[in-house]
Design a protein around this ligand. Structure first.
Ligand SMILES: [Fe+2]
Length: 179
């Protein structure tokens, strides 16, 4: 289950209801899928063949189509990151800059962990959303954020898009943000 860390106060928010209520107050969609639907081998595999990616998409097909129907996503795919990913360091450096998109950024974690760092309302400031398998998040369009891995440095997620170009990152220069 996702956990929140408010960066300014180090306050942590735990428990599904509290997390959901906080994210709702920040206009971030939070839902949950059953990660145990995935075969055990794929719950712990971070280098994936095309067939394995297709198996993950097939396993969560009804969840994906339900989300897509409700929110207008047209295409989806799988992203897998781990130390086996070529140029992982470069990729992470690229990811770890605050930016915005013209459409929302949706990720459904199917294995591993990851963090979204999001600019909240003025009273909250930046907060981390620590995600694990089963967590589904959507960061609204134009909301400054970035994504990075957690200590285990491995994740598999479903990405959903309205238009693939909507995912282009627009840098958001924010002197108030401290890493
Ligand atoms: Fe993004």
């Amino acid at each position: 289950m996702a956990e929140i860390r408010i960066r300014n106060t180090e306050e942590r928010i735990k428990g599904e209801e509290n997390v959901r209520a906080f994210l709702e107050s920040q206009e971030v969609l939070y839902e949950h899928w059953d990660p145990s639907k995935l075969s055990e081998s794929l719950q712990n595999k971070f280098v994936l063949s095309d067939e394995e990616k297709a198996e993950i998409l097939a396993t969560f097909d009804s969840e994906i189509r339900d989300l897509a129907d409700r929110r207008g996503y047209k295409t989806w795919d799988i992203i897998a990151l781990s130390d086996a990913t070529p140029n992982l360091e470069e990729l992470l450096k690229k990811f770890e800059n605050v930016h915005t998109h013209t459409e929302d950024e949706v990720r459904a974690i199917t294995a591993g962990r990851g963090i979204f760092i999001i600019k909240g309302t003025d009273d909250v400031g930046y907060f981390d959303v620590e995600l694990e398998a089963g967590d589904v998040i959507s960061v609204p369009e134009h909301k400054p954020h970035f994504f990075t891995l957690m200590e285990n440095r491995q994740i598999v997620a479903v990405r959903l898009f309205i238009e693939t170009e909507g995912w282009i990152a627009h840098p958001f220069a924010d002197p108030a943000f401290a890493k």
